[in-house]
Design a protein around this ligand. Sequence first.
Ligand code: NAP
Length: 244
Amino acid sequence: MEPGLAGRRALVTGAGKGIGRATVQALHAAGAQVVAVSRTRADLDSLARECPGIETVCVDLGNWEATERALGSVGPVDLLVNNAAVALLQPFLEVTKEAFDTSFDVNLRAVMQVSQIVARGLVARGAPGAIVNISSQASQRAIARHSIYCSTKGALDMLTKVMALELGPHKIRVNAVNPTVVSTPMGKANWSDPQKVKAVLDRIPLGRFAEVENVVDSVLFLLSDRSGMTTGATLPVDGGFLAT
Ligand code: NAP
């Protein structure tokens, strides 16, 4: 069990599928009280059956007012995982305003909004906390048809650092995890082209994509007291992709 997680209250966004869902399961197993936030009610219901006792909140985080209504009075939260995101891939010359706005609303603005709600509560209580933002290797490398997604994640890395700067004095640590491709609904939807897969795999020294568990392990480490002196970091979970 990770020290510092049992009994603490953790909020995970994008909890219905993929990395977020696995993060909820791991936090639940570690003895944390979990608030699982996602967009599809059926996903949250099945997750609550797997992890008895978790709280669920169904909201579209791309909607500022709905998010305020759903989470504004969520109560004390010690640990936050900003995981929800969309990957809307378009060639740069065909990028639409809709895809741009939706992506930035969910991948960046919601991170700021939910973090504000959680961090304001921590500051008011004088309690320490930890926030982990799920970024991507795409924050630091250009990938064709990913202009919006790469931009949201690049901005998220920098938001992570500024949050770490301003929240550090309140004993709130803020870090990012930057995975390579992971086999989730998002990963499968966007990485089915063998040529595209090969181009990235050829640049990964460990020669494989990440497992969901690899990402979750790093998230739990950054939430826990084991990383008590780490803040403002962007931790690659990429088999060495960003080193090359
Ligand atoms: P996923 O399989 O698509 O799951 C994303 C979850 O977030 C879903 O439950 C989804 O709910 C929820 N979500 C999306 N938009 C939302 C919104 N507006 N409001 C509330 N919930 C919303 O994605 P994943 O692969 O697990 O990705 C998780 C994180 O890892 C993301 O930040 C992603 O950018 C990052 N990442 C993924 C990969 C990869 O290859 N998979 C690689 C690097 C980084 P619905 O399904 O109901 O919309």
